[in-house]
Ligand binder design. Structure first.
Ligand code: MF3
Ligand code: CO
Length: 258
């Protein structure tokens, strides 16, 4: 199903989006050397509940995971990239951490992800990978406007990732979002311009470029959720929820800076 949001729903989407972004920034601030992934999960739970919002993850039971997710945020370290199940692990200096969060508030969902390096180390390849996903996301957003097609966004994202030298996996990508987290259309991270669904004002999309250093192949953890690079190489992932407006696109998951 493709959902077109009303102006009052879009106003609420901005509130949900800012909440998601602010929680992610707060978790980034708290994610120090020695911080446990389970602490990040519990802090996220508290912030969601304090805001009067609901988790899109805790009871989520999609075909690509085993049973309800049971946690409030995805935590993916180094070779883990998507659907990282929080577990008993203390972060180390130089770890590349991806946090992915979706919540629903007043009937409207928002979804965002950030990748960053924990501690003082600055591993050059990891920095380059994070920057590549951020640039790809910016290019995808720049391609999003009424009349453009999903393929234009996919192509813009894929071009940046490929030029940066990274293979692109097409099993998981971005998606429509609205009153629920995952909706049509699917937005692959590579594609042909001019193809696919035509964008209209009121459409909300989650764009999420992600890469693995030297492979496009994923491997599933025994936990039934966490997806890692098949080769053990590092990975990165950046995501925003946007709304198509009359003349372009607005990013809904920007932090308020509080
Ligand atoms: N937020 C993720 C996405 O970007 C989905 C996580 S689903 C979960 O689409 F089940 F793993 F929580
Ligand atoms: Co998403």
């Amino acid at each position: 199903m493709i959902e077109i949001m009303s102006s009052s729903e879009l106003e609420r989407a901005k509130v949900t989006g800012a909440l998601v972004a602010d929680i992610l920034q707060e978790m980034k601030r708290r994610a120090r050397v020695g911080t446990n992934l389970l602490e990040i999960d519990q802090w996220t739970r508290s912030m969601i509940e304090e805001a009067g919002a609901q988790s899109c993850y805790v009871n989520y039971e999609p075909s690509f995971g085993r049973g309800p997710f049971g946690h409030y945020i995805c935590t993916a370290v180094n070779d883990a990239v998507l659907h990282g199940l929080p577990h008993d692990y203390a972060l180390a200096d130089g770890d590349l951490l991806t946090l992915d969060l979706a919540v629903i508030k007043d009937g409207v969902a928002a979804d965002a992800a950030i990748s960053f390096i924990v501690g003082e180390a600055r591993p050059a390849q990891s920095v380059a990978m994070i920057r590549a996903t951020e640039r790809a996301l910016a290019a995808g957003i720049a391609a999003a406007r009424p009349g453009a097609k999903i393929g234009d966004i996919s192509h813009a994202i894929g071009a940046v990732l490929s030029e940066a030298g990274f293979p692109v996996n097409t099993e998981f990508g971005g998606h429509g979002i609205g009153s629920t987290m995952h909706q049509d259309p699917h937005i692959p991270n590579t594609g042909r311009p001019g193809r696919g669904y035509k964008l209209v004002p009121g459409l909300m999309l989650a764009l999420e470029p992600w890469i693995m250093a030297d492979t496009a192949e994923l491997a599933m953890d025994p936990d039934g959720w966490t997806l890692r690079s098949a080769t053990g190489c590092r990975t990165a992932h950046t995501e925003h929820t946007i709304a198509i407006t009359e003349d372009g696109a607005e990013i809904l998951t920007l932090p308020t800076g509080r």
